[in-house]
Design a protein around this ligand. Sequence first.
Ligand code: PEP
Length: 250
Amino acid sequence: MSRRSIVAGNWKMNGSPDSIKQLMDALLEHNLADLKCDIIVCPPALFVERVLGVAGNRVAVGAQNVNENDKGAFTGEISAQMLKSIGCKYAIVGHSERRQLFAETSEQVALKASALLELGLTPILCVGETLEQREGGETLSVVKSQIDAVVNQCGIKAFERIVIAYEPVWAIGTGKTASPQQAQEVHSAIRMDLAKQDKSIAEGVSILYGGSVKADNAAELFSEADIDGGLIGGASLIAEDFYQICRAAG
Ligand code: PEP
């Protein structure tokens, strides 16, 4: 079965009105229409609407986080409804920086995914192990439990509308990429595990790899059978590099 190939850029807490304009102008100078992959950029929340205004129809825009509640006394937070109201189609949930720095639990991440799905937005669900967990042989069980939390909350059918991003924590922003074989092993385990519950959902779900993907290692990673594109941090801030990564995804 052919799956959507997707490249998503996570800009994290970077950028200014000027730098974002330059980045988008430089990206949109390329002939993106010829590429087959879906392209998504996830600016800081403050700039999502601005980027939506210039992105055109070839680049989709996502947020980097969402609050799991509908509305109310949650100072500093943004709801799925707010994202939807400005035309945002995606949001990253469960990024390891949010799990680690903001103590988000897998159950909370599942509620965030659920809030997005209810309004028709697509969650980009990040999962991944720390170095300590990898060295302790816990990689597959950690990733499975992070995904199971979402299955338990939203049901297996929800994975028709969820994008998974496998991001080993030790590879994020460190310059250490998982080898294509290491990544493929986890991607295939995720797919096999979902297949136990629903074969066709498992076949159809796009599983992105994230963790120090660069223009020069993307093609090799994306050539693996179960790697359907990438979630890109640092390299998504450099238009030419991000474009080359999109090209590598087809
Ligand atoms: C990320 O933060 O999602 C990420 C993959 O970062 P980087 O590409 O910089 O490792």
